[in-house]
Every structure is written in structure tokens, then in C-alpha cells.
Design a binder for this molecule. Structure first.
Ligand code: CMC
Length: 429
């Protein structure tokens, strides 16, 4: 079978044979299809990248119809069961699971780069006490670039590696300080003797004691949530990291762009929006009316639906089970019953069934975060900490890819034709 496709241009009657590779044609190959010599050539129109592969990637595989998610070939279920976030971060960045020696060295490096410059506290003081944690996190990622101007040398793999370590190490510190700032508590410095999640929890909740020892079940639950959120191939924020990074912007500012994308309620802000929605519903008896209002177009059922998954999001399945383990320690989140009822009704409702809308990663994660004591504004930040590993893996892959150039889409111009400038006193009322 020939790996080509023949296109007949009915405008001219000409035929073109385009190469098909990995189930795709090169959009640039369309440019030879012209109606005349001065025609620019055919383009494809694909707002929101509904059917366009923007890169070749070996990091994460999603099969949306089968509900499959794999990092570097490893099923998410196995990683959630047997791995930990730092090991997964290495896997995403390097492509293989670390050996014991590599893992020990990696953990040592991450643990020893957790401190941030003291001046960052001054930047924090500039925010109002009620500033949203994602706004602060996004700003601090960009601020860090001013502390590390050498990170601009993005073509140098050694420099890249140095700043990848710094970012993964410092994300929990910045995130915890965003939280401490919002509740008016003194910042807690990193403790090198603790695990990645244990240290994060200590910086969040310790007050007036040498150390805050979290319940091991909650520490492990957070680690599993970090694994589940670590990467998700070409999502909106990864695409932002790649697009901004393609201008050879330093990794801190590239990740600030990704963080800004994640903030949105259709992306990582959805976990926060789910909790607000459950609060608004208020009682299980109000669920049918709320579902009806979503179907009537007055809002979305937050935490439902996905651009790629047209089956149950495999992360949501793991999180739902995890929620029960967490609630055994913290007590049940009262909003759980409303969430379960919403899920039950939606999964049997024609509107949601027809559109293949299933619970996504954000549907249950917020319930866990809330039971652990996080305010809702911190939920997207908890998503951003592990996703930094994915953003960096995507950013690094983009820089090493010879097919990539500065990201620069085309447009179909729909504005006025050329016209002469009109002086202000001649423009009428
Ligand atoms: N509630 C009600 N209707 C929905 C929902 C929803 N959550 N999601 C999609 N639809 C409807 C939508 O109105 C449209 O209906 P119609 O064909 O009649 O116009 C149809 O389903 C297709 O929706 P779409 O907006 O074209 O789908 P999309 O692939 O562009 O959007 C999505 C994907 C995730 C943005 C969307 O499903 C959504 O807004 N979900 C709620 C927000 C959410 O939970 N986001 C987290 C996503 S997972 C984690 C992450 O990415 O960070």
C-alpha cells in the first residue's frame, strides 16, 4: 500500500500526491496546491488545534477512546501504584526509569535546590493578602528568571539541566509560601531531611513546632496526585510552554506562560471551579435542577468532559479510589455525596452520554485537597507543582527537535481591504 494520498483540486483539475507519515500529511505540502502562480497556496484552518499534530513527542501517550494514559510507555495505573513523583519526573525528562544510583543522586539534587532567594519574600509583600495563589505562582515563576539570567542559554543542555533541577526543587517552596502569605503565617524554610511531598506539607502547615509530621496516608495521597498530574501531552499549558519556549525564552518565563494557561477554569482551574460548583448546588436534592440548567446552556458541569478522553479519564478512576483512603483519615468531605449524585445522574443522561462527557481528573481531586485542609485557590497550584515536570519535559523535547522553529500560526485575514487614513476632524460623530 502506497503511503501517499492523492488530492484533486476541483478549482484547477490538477492532482497532487502528498506523503502520509504516521497518519498525517505535512500542512506545508498543501502549499503547492495553487490556483495561479501568485496564489499563496492552500492552508489548513484548525482553530484550537482540533486535528493538528503540532509536534512529534515520545513523552506521553493518551488514547482518548480507550481511556489510556501512559508516561514513556508505562501505564499510569502502575506508576500510581508503585512509583513516586520524583521518579516519575525523572522518567518524563529522561525517558527511562532511573537506576537506584541515579534516583539517589536526583533526589539529592532536588532536595538541595529547594531554597529561594530571600528577596522573593519582598516580592510576595507586594501582593494583597487575598491575591489568588495562581496569580502569585505565575508571577514568581517569571520573577525567578530575573534571579537566574544565565538560564537564557537555552541551547546549552548543561544550563537546561541546571534550571530544570532548580524549578522542580523550588516549585513546592514557592507554592507553600503563596499559601502562607494568604493566611498571614511566617514562611517555613525547606527541610532537607524530608521527602518531596513531606517537605511541601511541612512548609504549608507547620507552625510553632520543629516539624509537622503528616499522616503517611495523606503524604502518599499527595504523591499519587502529583504522579497523576505530572504530564498530559499537548494540553493547553504544555502548548503554551512549547510556544513561548520556541522563541528561546528562558525556562522560568516559559513556565510562567504555562502556569497562566493552567490557571483558566477550562484547564487546571477546573478543580477549583468544581468545588465552587458543589458549594453552589449545596444539597443533593438540587442536583437534578443543576444538571438541567447545564443542559439548558446556563453553565458547564465542571470536572466533566475532555478534548481527548471520550471515555472515563483513567486519572479520575484512580483519584476516586484515593478519595476514600483520604477520607478514612480526614473524615468524609460533605460535598462527596453531591459529587457522586452528579456523576450518577450525568452518566445516565442522554445529553452527557451522547457527547461522551465523563468525569475528568479535576472532578474528585478538589474534594481530596479540601479534606486535606487546602483552600480552593490552592487547588490549581497543587496541579502546577507536578505539571512543572511535564512542562519541562515538553520544553526540552521541543528545543531538541530539529523540526521545530518559533511557533507562529497563520491566519485567514477577515478585516477591511486597504483604505486611506481619515483625519480625526473628518470622521463624523
Ligand atoms: N458540561 C456541559 N456540557 C459540556 C461540557 C460540560 N462540562 N463539556 C462539553 N460540553 C458540551 C458542549 O457544550 C458541546 O455541546 P454542543 O455540541 O451541543 O455544542 C459539546 O459538549 C462539546 O464540547 P466542546 O466545548 O466542543 O469540547 P472541547 O473539547 O472544546 O472542551 C473541555 C473540552 C474540557 C474544555 C470541556 O469539556 C469543558 O469545558 N469541561 C469543563 C471544564 C473542565 O472540567 N476542565 C478540565 C479538563 S481536564 C484537566 C485539564 O485539562 O486541566
Amino acid at each position: 500500500m502506497a503511503d501517499t494520498i492523492t488530492i484533486t483540486d476541483n478549482r484547477t483539475g490538477k492532482q497532487y500526491e502528498l506523503k502520509v507519515t504516521d497518519g498525517t500529511i505535512r500542512a506545508l505540502d498543501l502549499r503547492q496546491i495553487k490556483t495561479s502562480d501568485d496564489d499563496f497556496g492552500l492552508m489548513s484552518y484548525d482553530p484550537a488545534f482540533m486535528n493538528t499534530a503540532s509536534c512529534r513527542s515520545a513523552i506521553t501517550l493518551i488514547d482518548g477512546d480507550k481511556g489510556i494514559l501512559r508516561y514513556r510507555g508505562y501505564p499510569i495505573e502502575q506508576l500510581a501504584e508503585s512509583s513516586n513523583f520524583l521518579e516519575v519526573a525523572w522518567l518524563l525528562l529522561r525517558g527511562e526509569l532511573p537506576t537506584a544510583a541515579q534516583y539517589a543522586d536526583w533526589t539529592h539534587q532536588i532536595t538541595h535546590h529547594t531554597y529561594v532567594h530571600e528577596y522573593l519574600k519582598r516580592a510576595m509583600d507586594g501582593f494583597q493578602h487575598d491575591a489568588h495563589a495562581m496569580g502569585k505562582l505565575t508571577a514568581f515563576l517569571a520573577t525567578l528568571s530575573t534571579f537566574y539570567p544565565k538560564s537564557k542559554a537555552v541551547r546549552d543542555p548543561k544550563v537546561r539541566e541546571e534550571h530544570i533541577v532548580k524549578i522542580i526543587a523550588k516549585m513546592p517552596t514557592i507554592a507553600a509560601w503563596c499559601f502562607r502569605h494568604s493566611v498571614g503565617r511566617p514562611y517555613v524554610y525547606p527541610d532537607n531531611s524530608l521527602s518531596y511531598c513531606g517537605n511541601f506539607i511541612n512548609m504549608l502547615f507547620n507552625i510553632g513546632q520543629p516539624r509537622f509530621d503528616p499522616d503517611p496516608i495523606l503524604e502518599r495521597a499527595l504523591d499519587v496526585l502529583f504522579i497523576l498530574h505530572a504530564d498530559h501531552e499537548q494540553n493547553c499549558s504544555a502548548n503554551a510552554a512549547r510556544a513561548v519556549g520556541s522563541a528561546e525564552t528562558d525556562p522560568y518565563c516559559s513556565l510562567a506562560a504555562a502556569s497562566a494557561a493552567l490557571y483558566g477554569p477550562l484547564h487546571g482551574g477546573a478543580n477549583e471551579a468544581v468545588l465552587r460548583m458543589l458549594g453552589q448546588i449545596g444539597d443533593i436534592k438540587n442536583v437534578p435542577a443543576f444538571i438541567d440548567s447545564c443542559k439548558g446552556g446556563s453553565g458547564r458541569l465542571m470536572g466533566f468532559g475532555h478534548r481527548v478522553y471520550k471515555n472515563y479519564d483513567p486519572r479520575a478512576k484512580i483519584i476516586k479510589e484515593l478519595a476514600h483512603k483520604v477520607f478514612a483519615v480526614t473524615g468524609k468531605n460533605p460535598a462527596l455525596e453531591i459529587a457522586l449524585e452528579l456523576e450518577k445522574i450525568a452518566l445516565n443522561d442522554d445529553y452527557f452520554v451522547k457527547r461522551k462527557l465523563y468525569p475528568n481528573v479535576d472532578f474528585y481531586s478538589g474534594l481530596i485537597y479540601q479534606a486535606m485542609g487546602f483552600p480552593v485557590e490552592m487547588f490549581p497550584v497543587l496541579f502546577a507543582i507536578p505539571r512543572a515536570a511535564g512542562w519541562l519535559a515538553q520544553w526540552q523535547e521541543m528545543l531538541a527537535d530539529n523540526d521545530q522553529k518559533i511557533a507562529r500560526p497563520r491566519q485567514i485575514y477577515t478585516g477591511s481591504d486597504i483604505r486611506d487614513f481619515v483625519a480625526i476632524d473628518k470622521r463624523g460623530a
